[in-house]
Design a protein around this ligand. Sequence first.
Ligand code: H2U
Ligand code: ZN
Length: 369
Amino acid sequence: MSQFDPTEHPHRRFNPLIDEWVQVSPHRMKRPWQGQVEKAPPDNRPAYDPNCYLCPGNGRASGHTNTNYTETFVFPNDFAALLTDVPPAGEPAHPLLQTQAVQGECRVVCFSPRHDLTLPEMSLPEIRGVIDTWAAQFVELGQTYRWVQVFENKGAVMGCSNPHPHGQIWALDALPNEPAAEEKAQKRYFAENGRPLLVDYVNLELAQQKRVVVQNEHWLAVVPYWAVWPFELLLLPRRHILRFPDLTNDERDSLADILKKMLTKYDNLFETSFPYSMGWHGAPFTPTKTPEVSIGDESEDSQAKPPGFDANEHWQLHAHFYPPLLRSATVKKFLVGYELLSEAQRDLTAEQAADRLRDLPDIHYKTIG
Ligand code: H2U
Ligand code: ZN
């Protein structure tokens, strides 16, 4: 038998952040592809759409009217999945039938008044405006809720209902599955190694440079070693930072820079506005306020701690970008079959995906003529 070659031989890679494996099948990259390689139809959106419920001054489905906003604009989601005044669920009737009442809030963040833009097409000061809005939302909602999920779901293939550049925020008093898995894995790694898992990972990626797609003074974007989605990216600060609002002025400017570059590369890959789901993960908050209606049991985190104490040193701030496109503007990867029933699988290695993204220009294709 020949020697193991990770660019040839099927293997599994471990995601230490959530304790899961992914199947990599690089030999399949050699198979012929006869499917479609369509270009996306040109996207000729107007700067203002009178029928868009997110454009400035327009009415929303709820009957509320948006202000004539000129920068970012945040409003409470009119169809919120979480509510502030949910009564306790009580004791489960059976351990196999558990219920937890959950209190929370949902908001919508319009990134720009311009209906026709996306993050990479916005200017650096405009992207910086989105960053400051995210930070302010984290600060405000983190006073009441343990978990604040800031995210963007972009593109019709992701089920996004409106092309107007926007994201969402869901804040709640529970720790949802993904951050709970990251909490567990990072806590264990810190206990065993005395250093945060993702800080070690940042240093490893900076040293190897095999999976780094873009880096600047304060940030790096890598296709993680354990990526599941073909062109998945993990965006990390180079220093140890627990939460988004802890970012300094310079780090926020630098974040605008790397976001513009990495999202421009995404759009340039298939010359289409690249769909994805992205979102921020950082240390959970320790709420000091209660939601409008009190929720009964105090969580262990809300007990008195010495000033300045933070039991979350094992956390490192980061953002995940999960884009579904595989080989063209229209051919996407599906997580179905083996992936739903056994484990996630990819063909292209993380290193090959990083090479492709790294080699793309960071000038947006729409501005190149
Ligand atoms: P998506 O396109 O990612 O689904 O986000 C749009 C959100 O905007 C969605 O959560 C909300 C929807 O509930 N929305 C309003 O709050 N008001 C409206 O008038 C329409 C949509
Ligand atoms: Zn609009």
